[in-house]
Design a protein around this ligand. Structure first.
Ligand SMILES: Cc1ncc(COP(=O)(O)O)c(C=O)c1O
Length: 438
């Protein structure tokens, strides 16, 4: 039977072929990406400050990543990890042993962020022989059963899927802007997270039953919340006091996003297990964990794994991604462009009362919207948030929302973005704020 191959110009199927479970943010059909830009079939160019949710840190289609993918695809697409070793896998496993100070570290490679969180939790339980896990309110860790149970960012991620796995407890996160005692400067944090954690140990779970505390060093989906400076170092001390492992979920914060290769470096905190995905391979599906070697050794052969983890082409993309991050100074650029962006956003806050808070670390930036003059001045305003996002999109700037009340605009530029692009985005955001009546 002969098959007709559609010509490139042929119209695409109607978008209704995509199931509604993919809640839609923009209705945009893109053909290609170049650096910070997405391009439609009609040649319209959009400044992509979503990065596919923090994935394309090296920009779209970085030539070195594309070349590595093409070369590897021509050699070997799939070499299953239980069956063979392949060159990009061996090289990446070796390289990931050295991306954090200290150690010795060993990596494990999987496919998605949620899958890597699952691996971290399984490993923590096996390594400690303890059952319980503590996560934080506002956190997001994925959409599998275990990671939904860990997640507390927003009802939609878990609300319809009870019952969820047990022995998971949620601790209070120091969200200085929304602190019960009033918004305050994180540098002089008065949040009572430590007392709440202590209470949790007295009310709900013995600390000696806790295998791990899992934390996003900067909260992502929950609202791009940067913790106060003392939080992670103190949490590390508390976990050590109780023999609890610390898992840093760096799926969104990793690979240079915050102005360090991994965000825990801002506070000089050493986790026992670090979870990575998204930015690791510039868009190819890959994830993993890095654990202290003695902890990783507790994973008995075949007690964990998967068919596709550590895919050869994805590993080649990851190696090229690490080269680009290092050789093009992308971590420093994230710091510099981040500072430029944050200054600009702070200036916009002065003339837009609906902006309750401006925050960020590196190129992980956010505006939190409130209804000025209502309640205590911090009433969340998801409507203005959506309007600002739409007004930006109308001007061909793509940004995302976040937060438990969806009242946060989050901005995730690629780490290759230029000073001119940041200025352009700030101009557009200023216009969008005006149009939205913020
Ligand atoms: C901090 C964090 N952990 C885990 C995940 C889950 O990753 P994935 O969607 O690749 O399963 C995400 C995704 O947004 C995330 O931001």
């Amino acid at each position: 039977m002969t098959q007709t191959v559609p010509s490139p110009a042929a119209s695409l199927p109607d978008t209704s072929v995509v199931p509604p479970v993919w809640g839609r943010i923009f209705s945009l059909e893109v053909e290609r990406g170049e650096g910070s830009w997405l391009v439609t079939r009609d040649g319209d160019r959009y400044l992509d400050y979503t990065c596919g949710i923090g994935v394309t840190n090296t920009g779209h289609a970085h030539p070195r990543v594309v070349k590595a993918v093409q070369d590897q695809a021509a050699k070997l697409l799939h070499g299953q990890q239980n069956i063979v070793y392949h060159e990009p896998g061996l090289r990446l496993y070796e390289r990931l042993q050295h991306v954090l100070p200290g150690g010795p570290w060993q990596a494990f490679l999987a496919n998605s962020g949620a899958e890597a969180v699952e691996a971290a939790v399984k490993l923590a339980r096996i390594a400690t022989g303890r059952p319980a896990i503590i996560a934080f309110r506002y956190s997001f860790h994925g959409r599998t059963a275990q990671t939904m149970a860990l997640t507390a960012a927003k009802d939609v991620y878990r609300g319809a899927f009870e019952p969820l796995p047990g022995s998971i407890y949620h601790a209070s996160y120091p969200y200085c802007y929304r602190a019960a005692g009033g918004a305050h400067d994180p540098a002089a944090c008065t949040c009572d997270w430590e007392a709440q954690l202590d209470l949790l140990f007295h009310q709900l779970v013995y600390p000696e039953k806790v295998a791990a505390i899992i934390i996003e060093p900067v909260i992502g989906e929950g609202g791009y919340i940067v913790p106060p400076p003392g939080f992670l170092p103190r949490l590390r001390e508390i976990t050590r006091e109780h023999g609890i492992l610390l898992i840093a979920d760096e799926v969104q914060t990793g690979f240079g996003r915050t102005g360090e290769l991994f965000a825990v470096r801002h506070w000089d905190v050493e986790p026992d297990i670090l979870v990575m995905a998204k930015g690791i391979a510039s868009g190819l599906p890959l994830s993993g964990i890095i654990a202290k070697a003695d902890i990783m050794a507790k994973f008995a052969p075949s007690s964990h794994g998967g068919t596709y983890g550590g895919n050869a082409v994805s590993c080649a993309a990851a190696l090229a991604t690490l080269d680009v991050i290092e050789e093009e100074g992308l971590v420093a650029n994230a710091r510099e462009r981040g500072a430029q962006f944050l200054d600009g956003l702070r200036a916009l806050k002065a003339s837009h009362p609906a902006i309750g808070d401006v925050r960020g670390l590196g190129l992980m930036l956010a505006l939190e919207f409130v209804r000025p003059g209502e309640g205590d001045g911090r009433v969340p305003d998801p409507i203005t948030t959506k309007r600002v996002q739409q007004a930006c999109f109308d001007r061909k700037l793509m940004i995302l929302t976040a937060g438990s009340y969806v009242n946060v605009v989050r901005i995730i530029p690629p780490l290759v973005t230029t000073a001119e692009e940041v200025d352009l985005a700030l101009r557009v955001i200023g216009e969008a704020l005006d149009e939205a009546g913020a």
